[in-house]
Design a protein around this ligand. Structure first.
Ligand code: NAX
Length: 325
């Protein structure tokens, strides 16, 4: 058996984690021969619920799950960890303005960034899922000056997977027949799911589905999918979010397939004119340990407007929490 690796999950008693943790214990992230230690972080009020989750994890009798440790202290949770899923965040409650949500979550991600800076492995891979994910990632990066921005990414993979699924359904093909989906910008309703480079069984997607479907059906469907799920289920996406978090981390650890890419929120280097220093979703490839923004794509006027709108929104979010980043 290999040496166990340490995986921390925050918001471990929440609904995304309730799907994620069992997948991790089943080896769906690192494979069937990699034992893991789970470090689960929660707020003190959720510790009892978390103990219930731990009982259920133990009842799976997974031979990969070497140990489970629970804590309400990020410095304990993140000590020497290799992989971190930052999922825990405060939900928006009645009467709360968007700015209030930004501020309250900014504090959480500032504290967790500082804790990672102090105690995590210098090679740690941190995925930020808790919303507002892009700006939370930026705050974590800024509060972890001894780590590098490359240690942090935020999740747009659920949006990417939603795009693949919509296109596959429209074309009557399998999801695996779709390549080069791209989701640009913020993980918000402004996100830009882009079919200009997408391929369906090697053919250009746009001529197959038409501009009208792309602009008037595909884009709003992907943008509004989270809301549609809340309206149907009475709760936000959880299992699909956990699935996307694992997909994201697998791409990061094992690399992207030849000729394909994935969408990830990473610190902008100024590519496509997006202000450097914002955490923005780009199409990326992963080779070895390096995440590379896909360069040189043609951006038409329609796309440019969407890219700019997302940049503006992320600038505004950043400016609202300036003191922390
Ligand atoms: P839940 O409300 O079910 O769970 C969140 C958990 O986080 C709770 O158990 C809470 O006690 C815990 N928590 C709060 N503050 C914490 C802290 N400081 N340290 C540790 N734990 C803390 O939410 P869930 O449905 O699991 O969603 C979690 C986050 O993911 C939310 O912010 C949600 O908006 C976001 N999402 C992001 C997605 C993405 O694609 N980036 C998609 C799914 C999801 O909406």
């Amino acid at each position: 058996m290999k040496t166990p690796v340490y995986i921390a999950v925050t918001g471990a008693a929440g609904q995304i984690s309730y799907s994620l943790l069992f997948r991790l214990a089943a080896g769906l992230f690192l494979g069937p021969d990699q034992p893991i230690v789970l470090r689960l972080l929660e707020v003190p009020q959720a510790m009892k619920a978390l103990q219930g989750v731990v009982m259920e994890l133990n009842d799976c009798a997974s031979s990969l799950l070497h140990r489970i440790e629970i804590t309400d202290d990020p410095r304990v949770a993140f000590k020497n960890v290799d992989y971190v899923f930052l999922i825990g965040a405060k939900p928006r409650t009645a009467g709360m303005e968007r700015k209030d949500l930004l501020t309250v979550n900014a504090q959480i991600f500032a504290e967790q960034g500082r804790a990672l800076n102090e105690v995590a492995s210098r090679k740690v891979k941190v995925l930020i899922t808790g919303n507002p994910a892009n700006t939370n990632a930026l705050i974590a990066i800024k509060n972890a000056p001894d780590l590098t921005p490359e240690n942090f990414t935020c999740m747009s993979r659920l949006d990417h997977n939603r795009g693949i699924s919509q296109l596959a359904e429209k074309c009557g093909v399998f999801a695996s027949d779709i390549k080069n989906m791209a989701v640009w910008g913020n993980h918000s309703a402004s996100q830009y799911p882009d079919l200009h480079y997408a391929k369906v069984k090697g053919q250009d997607a746009l001529p197959l589905v038409g501009e009208d479907w792309f602009k008037n059906v595909f884009i709003p469907t992907v943008q509004q999918r989270g809301t549609e799920i809340i309206n149907a289920r009475g709760q936000s996406s959880a299992a699909s979010a956990a699935n996307a978090a694992i997909d994201h981390m697998k791409s990061w650890v094992f690399g992207t397939a030849d000729g394909d890419w994935v969408s990830m929120g990473v610190l902008s280097d100024g590519s496509y004119g997006i202000e450097a220093g914002l955490v923005y979703s780009f199409p990326v490839t992963v080779v070895g340990d390096a995440i590379n923004i896909v360069k040189g794509l043609d951006i038409n006027e329609f796309s440019l407007q969407h890219l700019r709108q997302n940049e503006l929104e992320l600038r505004q979010e950043r400016d609202e929490v300036r003191s922390l980043c």
